[in-house]
Design a protein. Structure first.
Length: 170
């Protein structure tokens, strides 16, 4: 029975590599966002003299939104790979982000919620800049969804803080 159990455990442990393509896919999605970002930046540059201030602000907020999403994908890709697949051996490169190798699953959830709140805040700001194109109901839903993300983020952070306190014996 020990041989069967040891073999099973080896296969279960090796199965973590099935996650690697998911994290690689997230990193490739950053390339797609980069193309979209550059297209938006090009369009903004071409329209800088003919666009209204509101149109320019919305274009800039779209760029901010895409940058936030790319950063979020990078954090999830790196930390997910390191948490679930394998440590990244970079020889302690001088440009290694300070958070790399230190973001656990709990931290990842909080960072994810923080990024979703930021992305949602950009969506709310875009809605209010372009307020004439939205009904009251649409604006209410936009703000309501944003507040849901904010409250969820706070609850995630509070839950993690409580759990950390219990683990430290507080």
């Amino acid at each position: 029975m020990n041989t069967v159990e040891a073999t099973l455990e080896r296969w279960v442990f090796r199965s973590r590599w099935l996650l690697a393509p998911f994290f690689l896919g997230l990193l490739l999605a950053i390339v797609v966002l980069l193309v979209k970002f550059l297209t938006g930046l090009w369009t903004l540059g071409l329209g800088m003299f003919s666009s209204s201030l509101d149109q320019m602000l919305i274009s800039i907020l779209n760029l901010v939104d895409e940058a936030l999403m790319a950063a979020l994908l990078l954090i999830i890709g790196f930390s997910g790979y390191e948490n679930f697949v394998s440590k990244i051996s970079d020889g302690e490169h001088e440009d290694r982000p300070a958070w790399m190798g230190k973001v656990g699953f709990s931290d990842l959830k909080v960072k994810l919620m923080g990024a979703l709140v930021a992305i949602s805040a950009v969506a709310v700001l875009k809605a209010f800049i372009n307020v004439e194109t939205f009904t009251r109901e649409q604006l209410a839903w936009t703000v309501g969804i944003h507040l849901t993300f904010v409250v969820s983020g706070l609850l995630f952070a509070l839950t993690d803080r409580i759990i950390e306190g219990k683990e430290r014996g507080h």
